[in-house]
Design a protein. Structure first.
Ligand code: B12
Length: 386
C-alpha cells in the first residue's frame, strides 16, 4: 500500500477515535447534545451580526460592537482552530414558567436563572472535557460559554444541534427551546456533522407571545425591546413605554421560549440537569423589596441574578410592584422612595404613582425631600409632579 494511503487511513482512524471520545465525554458530563462543525461553517453570520449592530439593535451592549470582527468569524478569534465542538444542555422547566405571570403578588425569574449560574456549571464541565481531550489528542483547546465573542447559535445550527427559530434561539426537535449552549474550539481535526433544517414552518407563536414586540421580523430581534435585555443588561431607568408591559418579570423573560410548540416533544433531560431552587420559582414581591445589599448578595449567592447588583434588581421589583395593583406594597415602596440609589428612588416614585390614589400620591409628593438627581426629578415630572 502506498505510504500516503497508510497515513490517510491512520489519520482517519485517529479522527474517528477523537470524535467518538469527545462525544462520549459529553454524555459522561451530562450534556444532552454534542455535535461538531468547522470554523468556516457560518459565512452569513458575520454580515447579519453587522446588520444587527449597525441598526443599533444591541442597545448598550457595547461589547458586541467592540468584538464584532472576532465574534463574526471563529477564524478571526483563533486562526488555528480546525474544529468546533458545540454542546447543548437541556434546562426545560418542570412546570410552565408562565403560570407565575398571573400571580400579582409574585415575581417571575426566568427559568435559566432559578438555580446556580449556568456559566459556572457548563464551563466547569467543559474544562474537564477539554483537559482530557487535549491530553488524548495532543491538541490545543479553548472552551467558551456565552460571554466570549463567539456566535454560539449559528455554530450550533451549523453543527446540527437544532436550528435558529423565529425567536432567534436555537431549538431542537428533541429538546424544544430550552437549551444552553457551550463550545470547545480545538486545533484537532474532527469529523464534521451535518446542519439541521428549519422546522418552524408557518408557526409564529414565539413572535406573537413577545410582550414588547421585540421581533421586527421573524428570525430577527431588536434587543432594545426585549425584556431580557431591559431587565438584565440595561442600566438606569427603563423607558416608561415598557414598564406596564413587563408585568411581574423581574429577571429575564421566557415568553417566546415557552410558547414554542416543539417544547411538547422535548424528551427527558439528563439527570445532571439544573433543578430550580424552590424559593426562586415564585418569590413574593413583598419579600424581594426588603433586600438590601448584603441580604441580596446572600439570597442570590451563586445565582446569575447577583450579577446585576441590588439596585438594578430592586428597580425591576419596583416595576413589578407598580404593575401589581397590590396596595399592601405601598409602605415598602414609600420607604424605597428615600433609598440611597437614584434608580431605586425613581422607580419607587413610578410604582407609587400607580399604586396610590391620586390624592394620596399628591400628599406624598408634598412631603418629599429635596431631590437633586435629574433622573429622579424626571420620574416625578412623569408622575405629574413638578
Ligand atoms: C447578546 C445576547 C442576548 C441579548 C440579545 C439576544 C439576541 N437574540 O441576539 C439579550 C440580552 C436580549 C439576550 C436574551 C436572551 N438570551 Co442571550 N445571548 C446573547 C449572546 C451573548 C450573543 C447573541 C448574539 O450573538 N446576538 C447577535 C445576533 C445578531 O445574533 P443571532 O441572534 O444569532 O442572530 C441571527 C438571526 O437574527 C439570524 N438572521 C438574521 N436575519 C435572518 C433572516 C433569516 C431568513 C434567517 C433564517 C435568519 C436570520 O442570523 C443572525 C446571525 O446568526 C449569546 C451567547 C453567545 N456568545 O452567542 C446568548 C444566548 C443567545 N442567550 C441565551 C439565552 C438563554 C437567552 C434568554 C432565553 C435568557 C432569558 N430567559 O431571558 C433570552 C432570549 C431572548 C431571545 N429571544 O433571543 C442562550 C440561548 C441558547 C439557545 N438555545 O439558543 C445563549 C446562546 C447563551 C448560552 N450560552 O446558552 N441574549
Amino acid at each position: 500500500m502506498p505510504e500516503t494511503k497508510t497515513v490517510d487511513i491512520r489519520e482517519r482512524k485517529r479522527r474517528d477515535n477523537l470524535t467518538t471520545f469527545v462525544k462520549a465525554e459529553s454524555v459522561a458530563f451530562g450534556f444532552d447534545l454534542c455535535r461538531i462543525t468547522g470554523p468556516n461553517s457560518i459565512p452569513e453570520a458575520k454580515e447579519r451580526l453587522g446588520q444587527f449592530i449597525d441598526a443599533g439593535r444591541h442597545g448598550s451592549m457595547e461589547w458586541m460592537a467592540e468584538t464584532r470582527e472576532r465574534r463574526g468569524d471563529p477564524r478571526v478569534l483563533w486562526s488555528d482552530v480546525r474544529s468546533i465542538v458545540v454542546f447543548g444542555l437541556n434546562y426545560g422547566p418542570d412546570e410552565d414558567p408562565r403560570d407565575v405571570l398571573g400571580k400579582k403578588d409574585k415575581a417571575a425569574i426566568s427559568v435559566y436563572a432559578r438555580n446556580r449560574d449556568y456559566h459556572d456549571v457548563i464551563k466547569g464541565r467543559l474544562k474537564e472535557i477539554a483537559t482530557r481531550f487535549a491530553a488524548r489528542a495532543g491538541a490545543d483547546v479553548k472552551v467558551f460559554v456565552d460571554t466570549a465573542p463567539v456566535m454560539e447559535k449559528p455554530l450550533a445550527a451549523a453543527a446540527g444541534l437544532g436550528w435558529q427559530g423565529k425567536h432567534t434561539n436555537l431549538l431542537s426537535r428533541e429538546h424544544g427551546s430550552w437549551l444552553f449552549l457551550g463550545s470547545m474550539f480545538t486545533t484537532a481535526k474532527l469529523n464534521i456533522d451535518r446542519p439541521e433544517t428549519d422546522h418552524c414552518g408557518s408557526c409564529r407563536a414565539c413572535l406573537d407571545a413577545c410582550p414588547t414586540a421585540a421581533f421586527p421580523a421573524p428570525y430577527q430581534m431588536d434587543a432594545r425591546r426585549c425584556i431580557s435585555y431591559l431587565s438584565i443588561e440595561h442600566k438606569g431607568a427603563i423607558d416608561p413605554e415598557f414598564r406596564p408591559l413587563i408585568g411581574n418579570r423581574i429577571y429575564g423573560c421566557d415568553d417566546c421560549l415557552a410558547a414554542c410548540p416543539w417544547n411538547k416533544f422535548a424528551s427527558e433531560a439528563s439527570e445532571m440537569k439544573l433543578k430550580a431552587r424552590e424559593d426562586l420559582k415564585e418569590p413574593s414581591i413583598a419579600f424581594l423589596l426588603t433586600l438590601d445589599d448584603p441580604t441580596f448578595r446572600t439570597f442570590f449567592s451563586g445565582s446569575p441574578v447577583k450579577r446585576i447588583g441590588r439596585d438594578r434588581f430592586i428597580r425591576n421589583v419596583l416595576i413589578a410592584a407598580g404593575n401589581s395593583g397590590e396596595r399592601s406594597l405601598i409602605e415598602q415602596c414609600r420607604l424605597l422612595a428615600f433609598d440611597a440609589s437614584p434608580v431605586v428612588r425613581g422607580m419607587a416614585v413610578w410604582a407609587l404613582s400607580r399604586l396610590m390614589e391620586a390624592g394620596e400620591f399628591g400628599a406624598f409628593a408634598a412631603q418629599r425631600e429635596n431631590e437633586s438627581n435629574e433622573d429622579v426629578l424626571n420620574e416625578w415630572r412623569l408622575a405629574g409632579v413638578s
